[in-house]
Design a binder for this molecule. Structure first.
Ligand code: ATP
Ligand code: MG
Length: 325
């Protein structure tokens, strides 16, 4: 039922109008997140993951623009809303956690005060009540000595603590949707696991939906109810997490999975699929993955495959696997 969907993205396209032409960073993406679920987007660098996040948040900067489709948050259309309304929705109804918290924290304001400001802005609380609420939230995300941290400046905190503060700040107005874009890439593995567990449990407790973006399949496997695999701006496979990990069909997904074996040996290494992602300005005529695909046939190089539903809820964009027309 649509009422149960926190986020409903349909046929979203967004890209950049550059001097050399239009760069189609997100091409006809449809994605939904039911209430309280964690949905993942995975794919190599440059495939358009962050562009989806920025499109939803209304944070695309010139020359980037949404060129088509619809984004609904709890039934409300977001595309085309004026900036003033998007600012109110951001923070109150949806919030985002970035890879590097330093870029989104104000370096000259104590972190507690920054969180309190968000409450004062969105919730119309008085200052004392807001401070109490902030302390409660800091504690909730596992920050010890919240009084002391409240007064700390961002640079006085470790990377892991800063990321917890960011999550606390994102959560403070109890958003319906949290977008986490590579939230743990800059952290060491132990802290990463703690932060991911925290996001998962906050989502379970509060019914908040999460869009989790990562190039790390291990992270996605640990966290997600459903997964979308992206390549060159398009969804190439989508399924519930179990199906995606146990019964994926797209050769690109398989390539990513094989690279996990390498990732175990060296967690920070990039996926080991041969070749490079195509230049979005000069996409191949057929399937964008065909130049790197071990299974590519003649047809794959000339015709573009559509997403085809293989089993209920399991979609794949591949002539070979999808038996597409
Ligand atoms: N200002 C810009 N002008 C033109 N193209 C851009 C611009 N900014 C980003 N792009 C292109 O948009 C595409 C999508 O970028 P995006 O940041 O969404 O990738 P991503 O999947 O988040 O990658 P990563 O894993 O590295 O974060 C990339 O191919 C990138 O080259
Ligand atoms: Mg990104």
């Amino acid at each position: 039922m649509d009422d149960e969907l926190t986020l409903k993205i349909e046929h979203l396209s967004s890209g950049f109008f550059t001097e050399r032409g239009y760069v189609p960073a997100v091409d006809d993406v449809t994605l939904t997140i039911p209430r309280g679920q964690v949905v993942g987007i995975v794919g190599e660098s440059g495939c358009g993951k962050s562009m989806i996040a920025r499109s939803v948040m209304g944070l695309l900067k010139y020359p980037g623009r949404i060129t088509g489709g619809s984004i609904r948050l709890a039934g409300r259309e977001l595309t085309g809303l004026p900036d003033s309304q998007m600012r109110t929705i951001r923070g109150r109804d949806m919030a985002m956690v970035f890879q590097e918290p330093m870029t989104s924290l104000n370096p000259v304001v104590p972190v507690g005060k920054q969180m309190r400001e968000a409450l004062l802005l969105h919730e119309k609380m008085d200052k004392r009540a807001a401070r109490a609420e902030v302390l409660k939230m800091l504690e909730h995300v596992g920050i010890s000595e919240p009084e002391k941290r409240y007064a700390a400046y961002p640079h006085e905190l470790s990377g892991g603590l800063r990321q917890r503060v960011m999550i606390a700040m994102a959560m403070i107005c109890k958003p319906k949707l949290l977008i986490a874009d590579e939230p743990t890439t800059a952290l060491d593995v132990t802290i990463e696991a703690q932060i991911l567990r925290l996001i998962r449990s906050l989502s379970r407790e509060t019914g908040m939906s999460v869009l989790l973006i990562s190039h790390n399949l291990g992270v996605i496997a640990q966290m997600c109810d459903a997964v979308y695999v992206m390549y060159a701006g398009k969804i190439v496979e989508q399924a519930d997490a179990l199906t995606l990990f146990d019964a994926h069909e797209h050769p690109y997904t398989k390539g990513l999975m094989d690279s996990v074996i390498d990732l175990k040996a060296n967690p920070r290494r990039l996926p080991a699929i041969g070749g490079v992602v195509p230049n979005l300005l000069h996409l191949p005529a057929g399937c964008a993955f065909s130049p790197r695909c071990p299974r590519a046939q003649e047809r794959c190089r000339t015709e573009r495959p559509e997403l085809v539903e293989l089993e209920p809820g399991h979609w794949c964009r591949c002539f070979e696997e999808g038996r597409a027309r």
